[in-house]
Design a protein around this ligand. Structure first.
Ligand SMILES: *Cc1c(COP(=O)(O)O)cnc(C)c1O
Length: 384
């Protein structure tokens, strides 16, 4: 891309219904959003438990700032590792039942840091075709041979493992797929990882706080716990309502990452007050299981209400409910009609999803009411 080509390239994106714009929010995150002075019921957030704007998290940040100040100041290895970070790591590891945890400033940085720390040119990484973009980038940047298998096709994965050289192997999947809401078969993946002596890397961005009593994959599949080959990456900006990510695994693994993960080493530590909020969030996730109960009640209600409509709902028992539409233009049209009716539902287009599978990504939260779901179903029913 040369400087004088940008204008034409942007116009081409527009013409292809691929131009993206940011929406300006005038309210905190939640099921009601204020945009351009107008209130919408929003199904656009990964704040699954309704914690992003919770008074106890707000208070934890305020007290954290009073105690620790604002900036992290330096990288964790230089002079930026605060007692608040250490305590949050311990709380996270305890909660999910892992030996140890390491905080990263984002899920993107965590994926990148772990894969590049464990893999090199002689390694092979096996990845589901529907993995998150950040995980794909991590695979590419690791310089390992990058094998992708058809979504949840473990026979193809087994063939690829069988044919791969006997160097370091790593299987990387999303535990819950971000645009489809379906899940990876954890127990069968673990069996393959053991059979072929591979790492099993689980991106728990949409599983942590939601599945397995909030403990994510480790709660969902007890066989994973205690295996030194299992690595879980939980993001903290989604159900946890804060920011950042935690890598959970053996103490040795964490020790290796502190030494080798470049996206951990060469970046300033997250503000310690956010680690205080993470601790508060973990406490709420543990104490308030009603949030998950209410969330799954909304999932069931929504599936009944929308299942009868004209658009097909993907197979998902998680808060991510995809309404499959097809063409980019149709997806944008349906999203615009919903917006006119006061409903904010994002249209997701390629390259985020495969060509021809543009969709509305409905994300549910414990903070939604049954009436919110009903309104969505009613408006959708009127669209032909
Ligand atoms: C959101 C997401 C990430 C990135 O996490 P951030 O903390 O937002 O950088 C990684 N993987 C998956 C599956 C995600 O949905």
């Amino acid at each position: 891309m040369r400087p004088n080509q940008l204008a034409d390239a942007l116009a081409a994106l527009s013409g292809a219904h691929r131009y993206r714009q940011r929406t300006l929010l005038d309210s905190p995150q939640g099921p009601r959003l204020v945009i351009d002075g107008r209130e919408f019921v929003s199904f656009a957030s990964n704040d699954y438990l309704g914690l992003a704007n919770h008074p106890r998290l707000i208070e934890a940040v305020q007290q954290g700032v009073a105690r620790w100040g604002v900036g992290g100041g330096a990288s964790h290895l230089v002079a930026g590792h605060f007692a608040a970070h250490e305590a949050a790591e311990e709380a996270l590891a305890d909660f999910v039942g892992a030996e140890a945890a390491l905080l990263f400033s984002s899920g993107y940085a965590a994926n990148l840091g772990v894969l590049t720390a464990l893999l090199d040119r002689r390694a092979t990484v096996f990845a589901d075709k529907l993995n998150h973009a950040s995980l794909n980038d991590a695979c590419v940047l690791s310089r390992a041979t990058f094998k992708r298998f058809k979504h949840n096709d473990l026979e193809q994965l087994a063939e690829q493992l069988e044919q791969s050289p006997t160097g370091t192997r790593l299987i990387a999947v999303d535990a819950v797929y971000s645009m489809d809401g379906d899940e990876a078969p954890l127990a069968r993946l673990l069996a393959l990882a053991e059979r072929y002596d591979a790492w099993l890397y689980l991106d728990d961005a949409h599983s942590f706080g939601v599945l397995g009593d909030g403990r994510g994959s480790l709660g969902e599949c007890p066989a994973l716990a205690g295996s030194e080959r299992v690595i879980v990456m939980a993001t903290l900006g989604k159900a946890a309502g804060v920011a950042g990510a935690a890598v959970l695994g053996s103490r040795r693994l964490i020790d290796w990452l502190v030494n080798k993960a470049r996206s951990y080493i060469y970046t300033t530590a997250q503000p310690p007050a956010l680690a205080c909020a993470v601790m508060e969030s973990v406490a709420l996730m543990q104490a308030e299981s009603w949030r998950r109960e209410r969330l799954f009640e909304r999932v069931r209600q929504c599936r009944v209400m929308l299942g009868a409509g004209r658009f097909m709902l993907g197979e998902s028992r998680t808060p991510i409910q995809p309404l499959l539409i097809g063409s980019d233009a149709d997806a944008l049209r349906v999203a615009a009609t919903l917006r006119d009716a006061g409903l904010w539902v994002p249209a997701i287009r390629p390259p985020t999803v495969p060509e021809g599978s543009a969709r509305l990504r409905i994300a549910l939260s414990a903070a939604h009411s049954e009436a919110d779901c009903l309104k969505l179903a009613e408006v959708l029913q009127q669209i032909e």
